[in-house]
Design a protein around this ligand. Sequence first.
Ligand SMILES: [Zn+2]
Length: 135
Amino acid sequence: MVVSVDEKCLRLTDDRGERGVLLGMRCRQCGVYVFGPATFCQSCTSSDLEAVELAQQGTLFSFTIVRVPPPGWPGQVPYVLGEVELPEGPHVLAEVIDCDHGDLRVGMSVALALQPVEMEGVANSERVVYKWRSG
Ligand SMILES: [Zn+2]
């Protein structure tokens, strides 16, 4: 049984946690998209929103190399935190994996990558998280 790290942002579409879609909302009044849950539009304040699935690919908008991770960070250090712009407009922050730091370029194409992550020493804590990889 695999579980999404956040059901409102990532819906798994297979039972191995290898495929999934990012979720967002689209404003029916002005057409602006947001990533994740929302109760009103950040652009026009309308509450007439519909749930949508967002693209699997985006472009790297900015990134930083994190050398001091947040408490409990289960991955490698240093790691790359990327801000990715989706074709629909929203920006999504997540780790960029499988990429030499020297190869990172603003504007490069990245694709959604799902990974199971377990908190060290915590039973049944595995969650599937979303990341980006070059491609
Ligand atoms: Zn709107």
